[in-house]
Ligand binder design. Structure first.
Ligand code: PRX
Length: 652
């Protein structure tokens, strides 16, 4: 990681702002310590208490944690509940008129949706889904822009016990098809398109193409008319308009009470090998950590205006847009567009206009906006802000300090939240009224989260040494399995050498104060603009092109994106050079965008007659990583079968 050196020398400490702490839900180190002590002395009792306090159960649970099928842990197994009731209905007696969502579209137009309206829309959609034959346990793919209807669709599924799987709108038809087929979804909910940065982004065409390329399970497609420009084709008998499906439906829909372990959703994420894995989350346990962390880490209260900039296509959008904030009953902003449109002041103007008090975004956005200079945010009144958050990748201290100084006015605590698709919710993050922060550190584990750093045999590692980040005890919102592949779940997250600890796949170190510093992935997963991409996935996409014989993909540090994608490609026939190389680079970049999505496009492609390999034929990625950084590999290359290839790859 390029930030490692600056992180290692970072020693600034920012104690909690006393004004903030005085009003915070958890306002002192002693309060944090007490929760940690409670969880340590009575782990199950601690989680049972939280689950009873924060969630509304239709049938109370008696069993807390069931380890009999470990590592497929079960939480609150005999309890029953409904996620949409927890996110909507239970707020209605007191908050029917309260704004649930302030939705700002790409063009700046704003809609507000009250909790009552959200209820009615969700009920109508849930009834619509039922009319299409969707019932408990059916999988539904959601492929929508970042608009409130995405949350409505998710909650409508939850209302009837259908399992949703949201696919990020930036993924291509091919990537969408793979996900549809892995889930065996009967239904796809999409839109004609979305708007991003003034441009229409088609979505329905990708759904049509995916289905054309083979999605045998899909029976129906629901299409929201977001653009309303007749750009999409409607397939008779298969497609139905959202407006038609919901128009005559009643605004009430009896919620289906599901077992706590019933899967609430599947969300695909990249691993080091094979196709993306469908991370399966539960209903009760997932919802508990989602709501709890919004309360603890973001200190969300009734009068907050909260804004998480993540897309619902990622886990951050699930836990910190749809489920967590709504379960807490707060008002939140949902934004369709991009931070740079119509100009780089968009985020800050929106903070000002909607009086946002808690703001959560990714380091990549912070770095990009920081580059535009202090003058841009200084044009806006950011005094409504009281807390800032970051997620998705390590934040370099320089970006942290800018966020703190220019956006937070040196008054707002920063919650650097470490977690993953698989963890469901924040795991390591400062409780802002209790824990002093250090730029670049996600600080301490949340109460009840037994995070540690161990060596490859599971033995503890002392301070200031890098090791494997693990979580030693199961927690409620943990991944339950990889959809359809229990063996892969066990292999990826609970390797035999690690004594039953959950292996996060990150390396980290702890400093003398016990603070965690995330160093990066230990596997072949890249983090590009906070998005996880498997190098294998991009390699598979490249070699699927008829002109490509072989490909290896590595990451290279990038100022804004964190990591850039560098591909080393061997073509069939002659190695392309000059104008041929240029043309082939464009072809392959477009190809990867088509196979996976624009986020996976290689930033750089180098062509070789071959790739550096050991005599046994293994590609030496360590050398490729060096070359990608512009460093001619030093040291022992004697195991290389073809050392001359290094010069060739370097020279481009
Ligand atoms: O490497 C860690 C990095 O993002 C990975 C998880 O990616 P994903 O499942 O897509 O979820 C992203 C949103 C939670 C982790 O394994 N990561 C996430 N948050 C941080 C981070 N790295 C450093 N600091 C963070 N705060």
């Amino acid at each position: 990681m390029h930030n490692l050196e600056s992180i290692l020398t970072e020693n600034r400490v920012f104690p909690p702002n006393p004004d903030f702490a005085a009003k915070a839900r958890i306002g002192s180190r002693a309060a944090y310590d007490a929760l940690v002590a409670e969880a340590t002395s009575d782990y199950e009792g601690f989680w049972a208490r939280q689950a009873r306090e924060w969630l509304t159960w239709d049938q109370p649970f008696q069993t807390v944690l069931d380890e009999s099928k470990a590592p497929h842990y079960r939480w609150f197994g005999d309890g029953k509940l409904n996620a949409s009731v927890n996110c909507i209905d239970r707020h209605l007696p007191a908050k029917a008129k309260k704004t649930a969502i302030i939705a700002e579209a790409d063009d700046g137009s704003v809609r507000t949706i009250s909790y009552q309206q959200l209820h009615d829309q969700v009920a109508q959609m849930a009834n619509g889904l039922k009319s299409l034959g969707i019932t408990k346990g059916d999988r539904v793919i959601i492929y929508l822009p970042m608009i409130p209807e995405a949350s409505v669709a998710m909650l409508a599924c939850a209302r009837i016990g259908a399992i949703h799987s949201v696919v990020f709108g930036g993924f291509s038809a091919e990537a969408l098809r793979d996900r549809i087929n892995d889930t065996g979804a009967k239904l796809v909910i999409t839109a004609d398109g979305g708007m991003r940065g003034g441009r229409a982004v088609p979505l329905k065409t990708a759904v049509d193409k995916a289905i054309e390329h083979g999605c045998p399970s899909v029976e129906r497609v629901v299409m929201l008319e977001r653009l309303g420009n007749d750009s999409a084709t409607i397939v008779d008998g298969r497609d139905v308009l959202w407006s038609q499906l919901t128009a005559d439906q009643p605004t009430t829909c009896e919620p289906v009470s599901v077992e706590s372990e019933h899967p609430l959703f599947l969300l695909y994420t990249s691993g080091s090998t094979g196709k993306p894995k469908g991370v399966q989350h539960s209903t009760g346990g997932y919802l508990l950590n989602a709501i709890l962390t919004n309360a603890w880490v973001f200190d969300l209260k009734d009068d907050d205006v909260y804004w998480c900039t993540a897309d619902v296509g990622w886990i951050t959008g699930h836990s910190y847009v749809t489920y967590g904030p709504l379960a807490l009953g707060v008002t939140q902003v949902i934004f369709e567009g991009v931070p740079s449109y119509p100009d780089g002041g968009r985020f800050w103007r929106m903070v000002q206009d909607h009086k946002v008090s808690v703001f959560y975004t990714a380091p990549t956005a912070i770095r990009a906006l920081m580059k535009l200079g202090d003058e841009v945010p200084k044009q806006y009144d950011l005094s409504s802000l009281r807390l800032l958050g970051t997620v998705g990748e390590p934040i370099n201290p320089e970006a942290w300090m800018w966020y703190h100084r220019v956006i937070g006015g040196e008054r707002c605590p920063i919650a650097d939240t470490w977690w993953q698709t698989e963890t469901g919710a924040h795991m390591i993050a400062p409780l802002p009224g209790a824990i002093p922060t250090k730029p670049g550190s996600c600080t301490l584990p949340l109460p009840g989260i037994m995070a540690d750093i161990v060596d490859d045999d599971g033995a503890p590692i002392g301070p200031n040494q890098g090791g494997n980040l693990v979580i030693k005890r199961p927690w409620p919102s943990m991944i339950r399995t990889v959809w359809g592949d229990d063996a892969r779940f066990q292999r990826s997250y609970f390797p035999e050498t690690l004594k039953g600890y959950y292996l996060a796949g990150d390396s980290a170190r702890r400093d003398d104060d016990g603070y965690f510093w995330i160093m990066g992935r230990i596997d072949d997963v890249l983090n590009v603009s906070g998005h996880r991409l498997g190098t294998m996935e991009i390699e598979s996409a490249l070699v699927a092109h008829p002109a490509v014989a072989e490909a290896a993909v590595v990451g290279r540090p990038h100022d804004i994106k964190g990591e850039a994608v560098v591909a080393f490609v061997v073509c069939k026939g002659e190695r392309p050079q000059g104008a041929d190389a240029e043309a082939m680079i464009k072809t392959l970049r477009d190809w990867v965008a088509e196979q996976i999505g624009p986020i996976a496009k290689p930033d750089e492609i180098r062509f070789g007659d071959n790739l550096p390999k050991t005599r046994s034929g293994k590609i030496m990625r360590r050398l490729l990583r060096g070359i990608a950084k512009g460093e001619l590999p030093q040291g022992d290359v004697s195991t290389l079968e073809n050392p001359a290839i290094l010069e060739q790859l370097m020279g481009q």
